[in-house]
Design a protein around this ligand. Structure first.
Ligand SMILES: [Zn+2]
Ligand SMILES: [Zn+2]
Length: 263
């Protein structure tokens, strides 16, 4: 098997267009190079063409998509001798927009799935799930999205635990079911390094959550690691290699290059 042993890849990178990430696009590339990355995928939060007048302020706007694509492609060309740059998007599990995603994915190297919820119908997940029955919508939409065949991997699968107080039987049950569905559909799960920064002082479970990953190991999932950079500085703060070592110490198979999930 051909394998580049030196690959250090991150496919989860945002830009200022999502209104909650900072820095210019080129600064992410320079920070990735400086920290030894050999492959960098941009995957900013996807705009959805809402038809009810709803505007999502934590995503790229539809009219910004072309500029995003042009910027990433020009950086790909400019830095082609230093780092491999890929063009992607992080998308929500909102099934009514899957035909739209299928269309725009033709111009992309990959899409990743980040199931934060559907604010246009008042249904955020993220930090907002505090009752066990609320897990089921997160789970059902994630599975439907994984079944669509549109996505390379599921980012922060344990996001549903972020605002939940304890790893009780219901949390364990949904964790196990999600791992089983990901395996059935051959979708890797992402250990999310931005979560480590964001949830450091949470009194709830936060993510990535160790109990989830212990179950993931029992279920033999395949994992990838994502920086989920919202600031170029995070390439220097987040430790990709130690995250991989942690997952492997649990017995989890980790893809050094998440693009290998496509093969
Ligand atoms: Zn974000
Ligand atoms: Zn993200």
């Amino acid at each position: 098997m051909k394998r580049d042993v030196t690959v250090k890849a991150n496919l989860h990178t945002h830009t200022f267009r999502c209104h909650h990430a900072r820095g210019n696009d080129e600064d992410y590339v320079l920070a990735a190079i400086e920290n030894g990355y050999t492959k960098l995928g941009f995957s900013d939060h996807t705009p959805f063409p809402y038809d009810n007048g709803y505007v999502n302020r934590t995503k790229m706007l539809p009219e910004e998509l072309d500029g995003y694509v042009q910027s990433v492609l020009s950086l790909k060309e400019k830095y082609k001798d230093k780092i491999e740059i890929l063009l992607g998007l992080e998308c929500e599990a909102v099934p009514r927009f899957f035909p739209y995603l299928k269309e725009i994915s033709k111009d992309m190297d990959y899409l990743i799935l980040g199931n934060h919820g559907d604010w246009s119908i008042g249904e955020p997940y993220g930090d907002h799930l505090t009752k066990p029955w609320q897990f089921h919508r997160y789970f059902a939409t994630a599975v439907e999205a994984m079944e669509s065949g549109l996505f390379l991997y599921l980012a922060h699968p344990d996001l549903f635990l972020a605002g939940y107080p304890e790893f009780d039987e219901e949390a364990k049950y949904i964790s196990r079911l999600l791992c089983r569905e990901a395996n059935r559909l051959k979708i890797p799960l992402e250990y999310n390094l931005y979560g480590l920064i964001k949830c450091k002082n949470y009194t709830t479970l936060g993510y990535p959550y160790s109990g989830f990953w212990e179950i993931a190991a029992e279920e033999n999932v395949t994992a990838v690691v994502g920086v989920d950079a919202h600031d170029p500085k995070e390439f220097g703060i987040s430790d990709l290699d130690s995250a991989k070592r942690y997952l492997r110490s649990l017995g989890i198979r980790v893809l050094d290059d998440p693009m290998d999930a496509k093969k």
